[in-house]
Write a protein that binds this ligand. Structure first.
Ligand code: PMT
Length: 424
């Protein structure tokens, strides 16, 4: 692994079961040549001992606000010599404290008194993560310029499965090293947030800047319908809400939007050129027809991977035995577009029921996409709210749970930023 000398971080550990992962995180950071000063909350000490962290980092651990060390000024001194404070794990309670500027122990006081960037790695039960209060607090942290790393989805310590697991130590080290490489002055995270810019990001319901003026965006949305016979078919529960919200957000940013949609029951955003299709084959034809001059292609549709090989021209009559349907693969529309000689900027979606990070990243690489948006299908499909995880070459970023239009606006801002150079 690459060595980075003389960089210092404060590793803040708060009281959650993921605290045990902080030991491995500290070990890997030290291995990278980082000087790690650990600060723990009292609750964290119930999960892992300061002695362990001291042994791994070679430095006494800061816990007590009233300790006479550093002349009682540890809350000031520690961050003054650090490139960043990293809170891993960050519990829901600690995130709430940060969001409200509370300072009732050494670590929270240190965060409030810092003059360096703050990175937090949330870790909590999936319901705590999904709770409106936590989501509000996380949005507040992002608006305040705090970098939020993760969380991930998967099996949790409580036995439930979902979003809220802390990122693995290896991933956190990669994110922290990326951050340190960019440096404090590169402005990756601003310790004193630029409220005008951040507030815009925090309140995407405000009018969007027309950053995509004159750009042509092609979006697929909704389900596809693969006929079995004249009245029956194979489809899925995609409502079209996510794709239509993205079309709406792109229109607000001044883009010229073509929305190719499978059958849905919702109203198309005004101003989009709407193309209605049924099957994946029809969607494929429509995409090819509207691709010319397209700057960005966003594939939100839940396209059927298979279609019935021989759909019946008449209603199939009920028989006494089993009925076998032969299915054949549909073309992969997104893979086709992404592999064209001069493809538009391609954004894929992946709805997974488990192992979101692993499967989504696999899809991104297989389809050669610069950006893939992952969501948990059980939370995403048909619902009004969603949570998105963005995967690209630099790693992943979570857009916390919100209504789909809010997320769509944030996503379109991210896409516009990534495409800025190429689109200007
Ligand atoms: O419509 P909603 O109710 O709001 O729900 C939104 C959603 C859950 C459908 C959406 O957010 C989403 O995740 N869409 C992708 C669904 C999915 O899992 O796709 P996939 O993993 O089968 O395909 C991966 C990507 O390839 C997708 O971008 C898909 O559009 C594309 N694809 C897939 C197969 C195929 N034959 N052609 C494609 O273009």
């Amino acid at each position: 692994m690459e060595q980075t000398q003389t960089k210092r971080i404060v590793l803040g550990i708060t009281g959650g079961i993921a605290a045990y992962k902080a030991a491995e995180l500290a070990r890997l950071l030290v291995k990278q040549g980082i000087s790690v000063q650990v600060a723990m909350t009292e609750a964290a000490c119930h999960f892992i001992t300061p002695a362990t962290m001291q042994a791994l980092t070679g430095r006494p651990v800061l816990v007590d606000q009233w300790d006479a060390a550093d002349n009682g000024m540890a809350h000031i001194a520690a961050s003054r010599v650090a490139e960043a404070i990293v809170i891993a794990p960050a519990t829901a309670d600690f995130i709430a404290k940060l969001a409200h500027g509370l300072a009732d122990d050494l670590l929270s006081t240190m965060c409030l008194a810092r003059d360096c960037p703050l990175l937090v790695a949330p870790a909590m039960n999936k319901q705590m993560w999904a709770n409106a209060a936590t989501q509000r607090n996380v949005r507040q942290l992002i608006a305040d310029g705090v970098q939020v790393l993760g969380p991930d989805s998967g099996v949790q310590a409580c036995g439930e499965e979902g979003m809220g697991r802390m990122l693995e130590a290896e991933q956190l080290v990669k994110d922290i090293m990326d951050f340190l490489r960019n440096g404090k002055s590169a402005g990756t995270v601003s310790p004193i947030p630029d409220i005008s810019v951040r507030a815009h990001e925090k309140e995407p319901s405000q009018p969007q800047t027309r950053k995509l003026s004159g750009k042509k965006i092609l979006i697929t949305a909704g389900p596809t319908y693969e006929a079995i016979d004249t009245v029956r078919g194979i489809t899925n529960r995609s409502s079209g809400k996510m794709g239509y919200a993205i079309a709406q957000a792109a229109l607000e940013m001044g883009a010229q939007v073509t929305l190719i949609s499978g059958p849905t029951a919702i109203t198309k955003p005004q101003g989009a050129q709407a193309v209605d299709v049924q099957s994946a084959a029809q969607m494929f034809d429509a995409v090819k027809q509207h691709l010319a001059g397209c700057d960005i292609f966003i594939s939100v549709a839940a396209v059927a991977d298979y279609r019935v090989a021989h759909p019946s021209a008449q209603k199939i009559k009920k028989g006494s035995g089993n009925l076998t349907l032969e299915l054949e693969p549909n073309p992969d529309i997104l893979a086709y577009v992404a592999n064209l000689p001069n493809p538009p900027f391609c954004v894929g979606f992946a709805a997974e029921s488990e192992n979101l990070a692993e499967y989504a990243e696999q899809k991104r690489r297989a389809k050669k996409l610069p950006l893939l948006v992952g969501n948990l299908v059980q939370q995403a499909i048909g619902s009004d709210d969603n949570e998105l995880v963005l995967f690209d070459d630099s790693g992943r970023q979570t857009l916390p749970r919100a209504d789909k239009l809010t997320l769509a606006r944030l996503l379109m801002q991210r896409i516009a930023q990534r495409k800025k150079g190429a689109l200007q």
